[in-house]
Design a protein around this ligand. Structure first.
Ligand code: ASP
Length: 335
């Protein structure tokens, strides 16, 4: 059997961060992709690994254009013969990068994102184990046709649902409601659900240089719409509101959403971290029924940050009609 060829692209993050002070604090990304791969025991027996440093950034410094450039790199290496791709990056924004990659990943080959919660110099560093799991996952035939995946702490998650749910624990990633779809145990990768995915969006040539502005506003007790009203409709391509519960807001905020939705697409999501927006349950001012009547679109099961990325990705096409936004959220925000 021919050995799989796995391309590893490194973007930075804790997995690549080192300290230059005696007590090991103040870590910053310094390690190259080659150094990351070289530190993993047994990696060479799993796959022929081609490592490339794409950036050396903490993940809060990543942005959508950097992730789209990463996507284009991943396409190139697959087209040149890689059987799978692994991206390493910081965990803070990993759930967002993975979903943005997933939205546009139009190849059957696995694209797996991973990182670490402990730096390479820390006792019990988790980076090498996570990278090994990610490479095993990318080398596994059963990982094909699943879009982008996140491998972390021996678990495999769908990019669509995974979230960082702890700021410090090594098991920082969960997929609320759905759970992980696979595990890596004793070097074997297995899945509890058959392969399949929502079809990717098309990224037309030239679109990768676009950078639409789609802000996210989280509502709060007593929200009078102050922040939302400060948004100038002519300066944004869409807005996402993280609402209470199933996507609810105060009556004053509902009016602000209605005013904005007459000018640009407004999507409401749930700030709870789990569960979908409602469609037809509540009828009070600021409820999901009220917001839909005012022109806003429910994010469905997509959490606010992923709803924002979907709207951002759609806005690459140019000005958006409400009906198109509603149709895409219906297709990609539902189960
Ligand atoms: N805490 C982060 C990490 O785990 C830092 C970052 O996201 O770059 O990598």
């Amino acid at each position: 059997m021919t050995r799989p060829t796995i391309a590893v692209g490194a973007l930075g993050g804790t997995i690549a961060s080192t300290s230059s002070v005696a007590d090991g604090s103040e870590i910053v990304p310094t390690l190259t992709a080659e150094r990351l791969a070289a530190a993993v025991p047994g990696l060479a027996s799993v796959a022929d690994v081609r490592a490339e440093t794409l950036a050396q950034l903490p993940s809060p410094s990543l942005d959508e254009p950097t992730i789209l450039r990463t996507l284009l790199w991943a396409r190139e290496v697959v087209d040149a013969g890689a059987t799978g791709v692994v991206i390493t990056q910081g965990t803070d924004t990993l759930e967002e990068s993975a979903y943005l990659l997933d939205l546009f990943w139009d190849r059957p080959e696995p694209l797996v994102v991973t990182g670490a919660m402990r730096s390479p110099q820390a006792a019990g560093a988790d980076g090498p184990a996570n990278l090994l799991t990610a490479v095993r996952c990318a080398a596994e035939r059963q990982s094909r046709e699943r879009g982008a995946l996140v491998a972390f702490d021996d678990e495999i998650h769908q990019a669509r649902w995974v979230a960082k749910t702890d700021s410090m624990a090594t098991g920082a990633f969960r997929s609320p409601v759905f759970g992980p779809i696979g595990r890596c145990v004793e070097a074997e990768v297995g899945y509890g659900v058959p392969a399949g995915r929502v079809p990717p969006l098309r990224l037309s040539s030239g679109q990768e240089t676009g950078d639409p502005r789609v802000p996210l506003v989280t509502t709060y007790l007593g929200d009078d719409g102050y922040l939302l009203d400060a948004i100038r409709a002519d300066e944004v391509d869409g807005v996402v509101v993280a609402g209470f519960g199933a996507g609810h807001v105060s009556p004053t905020m509902a009016q602000a959403i209605g005013r904005l939705a007459r000018q640009v697409p407004v999507v409401f999501a749930s700030r709870t971290g789990s569960g979908p927006t409602g469609r037809a349950m509540y009828g009070y001012p600021g409820s999901e029924i009220d917001l839909i009547e005012r022109g806003a679109v429910g994010a469905g099961w997509l959490p606010p940050v992923k709803a924002r990325l979907l709207l951002w990705a759609l806005a690459l096409r140019g000005p958006l009609a409400r009906a198109d936004v509603a149709a895409e959220f219906e297709a990609r925000g539902r189960l």
